[in-house]
Ligand binder design. Structure first.
Ligand SMILES: N[C@@H](CCC(=O)N[C@@H](CS)C(=O)NCC(=O)O)C(=O)O
Length: 209
């Protein structure tokens, strides 16, 4: 088994943190996105979507999606559970992981990719080229600020994003908060619950993955 990865990129980091929490170590193959290696013929043969991460199983089967890779490892190694246990906890973890991705991670990406000169003509990851839309830069920032406020409020009465247990929702939210630094947005001082959570999850060894 191996993981096609790119150390600086936020999506592969989500998988690396998830694996670290599970105690799973995998060999990685670095695909240099800055050098456009994702568009090489060799990598297109691995993933025609031209994105990382990609998990390759021993029989050559490939899984080219963050969440699908996490689902694979949750099913093959359930301990420690990172996607909820029982109907209600699973539902809550799914809800918060999706909110963290939609309202946090993708909002940062929207602002970052539409403002960064290096992404001119490449406003979305993937095999197709899309032009930047300047109006999305401020909209993305406003959505991230709103997301910080939502998280702060929800963390007022619980330890982790989706409840009492660390989960994939925390992984996605942590990566989203760090990714927000790329557009120079930090958690505001007044978001004290979010700051308490961020300090705690950043101290976990997995955060260095
Ligand atoms: N569908 C993929 C998307 C992953 C993705 O967007 N990865 C980015 C790195 S964070 C990428 O490969 N970008 C390539 C590019 O921008 O050309 C998933 O969720 O796993």
């Amino acid at each position: 088994m191996k993981l096609y990865d790119y150390a600086p990129a936020p999506n592969p980091r989500r998988v690396r943190i998830f694996l670290a929490e599970k105690g799973i170590a995998l060999p990685t193959v670095q695909v240099d996105l800055r050098a456009n290696e994702q568009f090489s013929a060799a990598f297109r043969a691995v993933n025609p979507e031209c994105t990382v991460p990609v998990l390759e199983l021993d029989d050559g089967t490939r899984i080219a999606d963050v969440l699908a890779i996490c689902v694979y490892f949750e099913a093959s190694q359930p301990e420690p559970p990172l996607m909820g246990v029982g109907a209600l906890e699973r539902a809550n973890v799914t809800l918060w992981q999706r909110r963290a991705e939609r309202e946090g991670f993708l909002a940062v990406a929207e602002s970052f990719r539409n403002s960064t000169p290096g992404f001119k003509g490449r406003a979305l990851p993937g095999a197709e080229d899309y032009e930047q839309i300047p109006a999305l830069v401020e909209r993305g920032r406003a959505r991230v600020a709103k997301f910080f406020a939502v998280l702060d409020q929800s963390l007022a009465d619980r330890e982790f994003i989706a409840g009492d247990r660390y989960s994939i929702a925390d992984v996605t939210a942590l990566v989203a908060v760090d990714f927000a630094g790329w557009i120079k947005l930090r958690v505001p001082e007044e978001c004290r619950h979010l700051r308490r959570w961020y300090a705690a999850v950043s101290l976990r060894p997995s955060a260095k993955a």
